[in-house]
Design a binder for this molecule. Structure first.
Ligand code: ARG
Length: 460
């Protein structure tokens, strides 16, 4: 069959051009959105008296049949059709005859692709939000079991102060909450319909863009057609949002990798989500978090690619823009599977409380508490307290114990004003719970944070 649109260009295109020019191999991904958009457009054309009721019925029936053919894998994708829009339209005309040729009245592929792509991105925003919420729920469930599980909080990857494991997980819940908010706000900002903008300047046909917008779940039609067919901000936003989310996932993954090593032993990943080595039979590898960490690379690349593609383009549509889709499809697919597998990995991992506790007993985590005690209870200037505490740490090191394990007698030797209550201050749990300021690590504050996130999830 001849090409659908061969107006100005009369000679048959070369095979090489077809291959180079086509987006069909990847924009078939948009077939559902394309058909959904076409049905809405045809409905509007009929309501406005631009096509007859009979023509509309035939168009709709034809489009639904095409959707079925695609879903059953019976649709013949032919690279000569260039893209999904042409492929569907050509098949429609083959199926229903002349009525099919009327579908493209008052639209262009420029607003058509802008619509399909935006619908895809909006659906993807929703899917990602749903999975992020599920991930947050798993983090909150795990956190609530560990509001008293001590582990060393770190800076510079060095033991710093005792915190609880729930509190540590809530740091990630905070990040994922902001991610949800970013996807939600992108969804809202971009929920406007491009269809009816035609090539770039609108159309002389008496169309009703309000109607198609409502039918497709948008809040309203976009304001300026020239912008609409050129705009890919919505795609950039989802790429940025995914990049930031994957950066958060990557940081959590890095911790899971560290925590599951023999050196830390804080968690044990379940066999279901671990892999083995092809040569070393004893090995159990954290491939899942490693791959999650690695995937941030490609999603950052996808964001940068599209920014570069768009930066020098004059208005309105330019073929360069066909390069907008593959990166988005790639980022979305990887985001979805990453969220799902991370959730399962966390849900099924074992938390080794004893190892965390043991690690918390290394590094004299309560040294700051001792110095504070000397200032508050003994009235010492902070610098003196700092010095004395340092001397005690050296003493503990010599004995091969943690500061929190020093005997009362040894402590009292240092300064006569030290009372029996010092032992309490050196206790790790006491130290953790003393950090009871808003947003702090005490069990009470951690519980409050869990309640806050749960409430937030319920309200949204
Ligand atoms: N396949 C094209 C794309 O993905 C559709 C729009 C084509 N528009 C045009 N004026 N050539 O961008």
């Amino acid at each position: 069959m001849a090409k659908l649109a061969s107006g100005r260009v009369t000679k048959k295109s070369s095979r090489l051009l077809d291959e180079f020019n086509a987006s069909l191999p990847f924009d078939r991904e948009l077939c559902r959105e394309d058909i959904e958009g076409s049905i809405a457009h045809a409905t509007m054309l009929e309501a406005q008296g631009i096509i007859t009721k009979e023509e509309f019925e035939r168009i709709k029936k034809g489009l639904l049949q095409i959707r079925e053919e695609i879903e059953k894998g019976e649709f013949e994708f032919n690279i000569e059709d260039e893209d999904i829009h042409m492929a569907v339209e050509k098949r429609l005309t083959a199926l229903i005859g002349d009525a099919g040729k009327k579908l493209h009245t008052a639209r262009s592929r420029n607003d058509q692709v802008a619509l399909d792509f935006r619908l895809y991105v909006q659906k993807s925003n929703q899917k990602i939000i749903n999975l992020l919420v599920e991930l947050m729920e798993v983090l909150l469930d795990t956190a609530s079991k560990h509001t008293e599980t001590l582990l060393p909080g770190m800076t510079h990857l060095q033991h710093a102060q005792p915190i609880n494991f729930g509190y540590h997980l809530l740091a990630y819940a905070s990040m994922f909450k902001r991610d949800v908010e970013r996807f939600e706000s992108s969804y809202q900002r971009n929920n406007f319909s491009p269809i009816g903008c035609a090539a770039l300047a609108g159309t002389p046909h008496p169309i009703d863009r309000e109607k198609t917008a409502k039918m497709l779940g948008f809040d309203a039609p976009t304001i300026n057609c020239l912008d609409t067919v050129s705009d890919r901000d919505f795609a950039l936003e989802i790429l940025f949002n995914i990049a930031t989310m994957m950066m958060h996932i990557s940081r959590l993954s890095e911790e899971l990798i560290l925590w599951s090593s023999s050196e830390f032993g804080f968690v044990t990943l379940s066999d279901e989500y671990s892999t083995s080595s092809s040569i070393m039979p004893q090995k159990k590898n954290p491939d899942v978090p490693e791959l999650l960490r690695g995937k941030s690379g490609r999603v950052y690349g996808n964001l940068l690619s599209l920014l570069v593609v768009l930066k020098g383009l004059p208005l309105a549509y330019n073929k360069d823009m066909q390069e907008d889709k593959e990166g988005v499809f790639d980022s979305v697919k990887n985001a979805l599977i990453s969220l799902e597998i991370l959730k399962e990995t966390i849900k099924t991992m074992r938390v080794n409380e004893e190892n965390m506790k043991k690690a918390a007993l290394m590094g004299h985590l309560t040294a700051t508490d001792l110095a504070d005690y000397l200032v508050q209870k003994c009235g010492m200037p902070f610098r003196d307290a700092y010095k004395i505490t340092g001397a005690l740490v050296v003493e503990a090191e010599k004995k091969g114990i943690d500061l929190s394990q020093m005997s009362l007698k040894d402590l009292k030797n240092v300064d006569s004003s030290i009372g029996d209550d010092i032992l309490e201050f050196l206790d790790l749990r006491h130290s953790m719970n003393a950090r009871d300021s808003f947003g702090g690590t005490s069990t009470k504050q951690t519980q409050k944070q869990i309640d806050y996130f749960r409430e937030w999830l319920k309200r949204r």
